[in-house]
Structure formats: structure tokens, C-alpha cells
Design a protein around this ligand. Structure first.
Ligand code: ZN
Ligand code: ZN
Length: 267
């Protein structure tokens, strides 16, 4: 039951390619969040799953609002170090409102001890993505080498996708780009101390760029430290455009086009 007709993105329209609108932060606030998105021309958002238990709520958002889409996956930080069943992912991912597999990947920053369970989980997601021919949303932190190695071993390039909330080196970006992946920047790129990352944002080819908020985390400057929301993807786009010496509308149009090209969401 779609509540509104799908907006055709016009000039300067933006998409938040990664947010967690199912988190309790947004409970009872969806009308306000959507109104605040619409004002600066943020026309669509991809609601990202972090656990299978939370997936029904993510999917419900994408079923209820025609300009929201869903992903299915289990975040590498998920506290239960359980394995994820590839067949179950495939079954859930076949839903037409599900446009991506993830977020998945590796995070050695917040995990101590044995991390083999993360790698096994990541492999299951890549295999599922290849089976359903839907792109991957990959989270990588302090684990770039293993992330790229597993992407290659599991032929992630057959599914394609994005390295989201990118904070890694130029070398890592180049390796992901060589596999055909996109690179998505979050509010971190607006932070004053993000010098190296700003340089990467200058150099990623325009046709592989995406922007995101990762709401409710990582609010961009000038809202740093406050609650984030999809409307603020405008500030991420403005900073990336500024870094590249591009017009904001040009950056917006390119990232929106890239989003629809990568995720080919249903009409
Ligand atoms: Zn993430
Ligand atoms: Zn996320």
C-alpha cells in the first residue's frame, strides 16, 4: 500500500542511499522525517537492514512508502555471532521492495577475539547477492584487506554494490572501483579532521559516487553530534561537490542517477 506516488527525481534531487529509519529514534516521527526530507529535495531513501529480526520493520517502511526501499542483511557488529543462512537471505531478498543485500562486511574495530564468524557471514551474503542478482551494501572498518580479499574470492563483482560510509584509503577505494563497486560518502566527509577522506572524495569517478546519511548516526557538519536524518544528505552532497569544484545540482543528479542505475528499484 503505497502512500504516495513515486516522485520522478528532478534536477538537483538527492537520494539517501543508506539510512536506518527502522531504529527507535524514528518511531512516531516518520511524517516529520519525510517532510524534512522533501523540503531540500531528498526524494528517496534506502532503508538498511542490520538484523533478520529487524528486517520486517525495514521492509514495512519500503512497502508503506513508495520512495523508500529496503535491503536485507546482518551487520557485522551484530552481537549474536551466529551464522547467517544463505538460503534464508535469498528467500527474503526476492521480495520486489528489497533492492540490495546488506549491510554486510567486516568490522574489526569493534570486534575482539575470533572474527572467523564475520568472514563466514560476509561470504554468505555475497553468495546470496549473486544468486538473486542484487547488489551488496558493504560495511568495512579496520578490515580493508580481508574485505577486498573475500570480495575477490567470492566474486562479489558479479553482484556489484557499494562500499558504504567510506572511510578507508585511496588504495582501498581504487581496489573496490576496479571490482566495479561504487563508493558512498557519509557525513564523515564534512568533518574538519577528515582530510585524507576529502581527498578520496575528490578522486572517485563521478559515475561511481553515492551519498548517504547512515541516520541516525554520523550527522554532518553543522549538526555533528546531533541526531541525523535523511534530509541532511544535502550537506554531504554539498561538501563533496565543493571538494570537487562541481555544482551541487550536478553532483546530486549524478549520485541520484548512480543510485537508480545500481539498485534498479521497482517503479
Ligand atoms: Zn555500516
Ligand atoms: Zn548503516
Amino acid at each position: 500500500m503505497a502512500q504516495d506516488a513515486r516522485a520522478t527525481p528532478g534536477a538537483g534531487a538527492l537520494v539517501d542511499s543508506h539510512c536506518h529509519l527502522d531504529f527507535p529514534d524514528f518511531d512516531g516521527r516518520m511524517d516529520a522525517v519525510r517532510a524534512e526530507m522533501a523540503a531540500p529535495g531528498v526524494t528517496h531513501a534506502l532503508c538498511i537492514s542490520v538484523s533478520l529480526a529487524g528486517f520486517p520493520k525495514v521492509l514495512a517502511l519500503a512497502e508503506h512508502y513508495s520512495n523508500f526501499y529496503a535491503s536485507v542483511g546482518v551487520h557485522p557488529d551484530d552481537a549474536e555471532r551466529s551464522s547467517v543462512d544463505e538460503d534464508e537471505l535469498v528467500r527474503l531478498a526476492r521480495h520486489p521492495r528489497v533492492v540490495a543485500i546488506g549491510e554486510t562486511g567486516l568490522d574489526y574495530y569493534r570486534t575482539t577475539g575470533d572474527t572467523e564468524w564475520q568472514r563466514e557471514r560476509f561470504r554468505a551474503h555475497i553468495r546470496a547477492a549473486r544468486r538473486v542478482a542484487k547488489p551488496l551494501v558493504i560495511h568495512t572498518r579496520a578490515a580493508a584487506e580481508d574485505t577486498l580479499r573475500i570480495m575477490r574470492e567470492e566474486r562479489a563483482e558479479e553482484a556489484g554494490g557499494v562500499l558504504h560510509c567510506f572511510t578507508e584509503s585511496q588504495e582501498t577505494a581504487d581496489a573496490a572501483l576496479a571490482l566495479g563497486f561504487h563508493i558512498s560518502f557519509s557525513g564523515i566527509v564534512t568533518f574538519k579532521n577528515a582530510g585524507a577522506l576529502k581527498e578520496v572524495a575528490r578522486r572517485v569517478p563521478l559515475e561511481r559516487l553515492l551519498v548517504e546519511t547512515d541516520s541516525p548516526y554520523l550527522a554532518p557538519v553543522p549538526f555533528r553530534g546531533k541526531a541525523n536524518q535523511p534530509a541532511f544528505v544535502r550537506y554531504v552532497a554539498e561538501e563533496v561537490a565543493r571538494l570537487r569544484g562541481a555544482a551541487v545540482d550536478e553532483l546530486a543528479d549524478a549520485t541520484t542517477r548512480n543510485f537508480f542505475g545500481l539498485f534498479s528499484p521497482p517503479a
